[in-house]
Write a new protein. Structure first.
Length: 54
């Protein structure tokens, strides 16, 4: 899980053979077969959100 001081707290979960990234802001990443790619999607989302909030 990636925790941030902003309102963006991300988690990853599994649905069948797919991993999914979600954020407390309501964002949901695409379903991925790679857990690592789902975590990367979550980290990319947090970075993008922080850049637009600045």
């Amino acid at each position: 899980m990636y925790a941030q001081s902003s309102p963006h707290t991300t988690t990853t979960s599994e649905r069948g053979s797919f991993a999914l990234a979600r954020c407390s802001c309501g964002w949901t990443g695409p379903a991925r077969r790679s857990r690592d790619r789902a975590r990367t999607d979550a980290a990319d989302h947090v970075r993008a959100a922080e850049n637009t909030e600045s």
